[in-house]
Design a protein around this ligand. Structure first.
Ligand code: S3P
Length: 185
């Protein structure tokens, strides 16, 4: 396993960026994937927090969605200039056309595709961190977001179905898909 990691790592010349809806597991899986590949990890929501002193949710609520999206777009673009690492993005980042294009050019993009019931269950755990889900029925909002965003997330280089197996299984599925992607991009 170590030698597979080693050769995979050597061939990675660009960041791995996880995209997908809230609750898909981008942060948790991203952190584990980074550990598995011995790479640094960064979470764009956490980077927003470091830069602003407010959580991503608070920035969203205090300054409004448009300002949040604009700041997020600039921050994610800056992350492309950093070292090779695993990056978990907020669910809306890759929906922006400019960001999607940039990430597909400069990174390997991985869509964690999870069903709505799993997303609803996971996002119920810390509702205060998800301002988009607080005014209405969580499953309904997520269903609508999936419908709107699916064609965009589908532009990612790699799609990983995440249907409720363990995070470890998802990490292994990503590693296998990265191996394939690097052999036949
Ligand atoms: C959002 C997802 C959130 C956060 C913000 C908006 C979205 O990140 O950036 O609340 O539009 O999908 P997570 O996907 O990490 O929850």
């Amino acid at each position: 396993m170590g030698s597979v990691n080693h050769s995979l790592r050597k061939r990675l010349d660009r960041p791995i960026v996880l995209v997908g809806l809230m609750g898909a597991g981008k942060s948790t899986v991203g952190r584990r994937l980074a550990r598995r590949l011995d790479l640094p990890f960064i979470d764009s929501d956490a980077a927003i927090e470091d830069a602003s002193g407010l959580s991503a949710g608070e920035v969203f609520e205090r300054y409004g969605e448009a300002d949040f999206r604009d700041g997020e777009r600039r921050l994610v673009a800056r992350l492309m200039d950093g070292p090779v690492r695993v990056i978990a993005t907020g669910g809306g980042a890759y929906v922006n056309e400019q960001t999607r294009k940039l990430l597909n050019e400069r990174a390997i993009t991985v869509w964690l595709d999870a069903p709505v019931d799993l997303l609803a269950e996971r996002t119920a755990r810390r509702p205060e961190t998800r301002p988009m889900l607080k005014d209405g029925d969580r499953s309904e909002i997520l269903t609508k977001l999936i419908e709107e965003r699916r064609p965009k997330y589908a532009e990612a280089h790699i799609r990983i179905p995440s249907t409720g197996g363990s995070h470890g299984e998802v990490v292994e599925a990503i590693v296998a898909a990265l191996e394939r992607h690097l052999s036949h991009p």
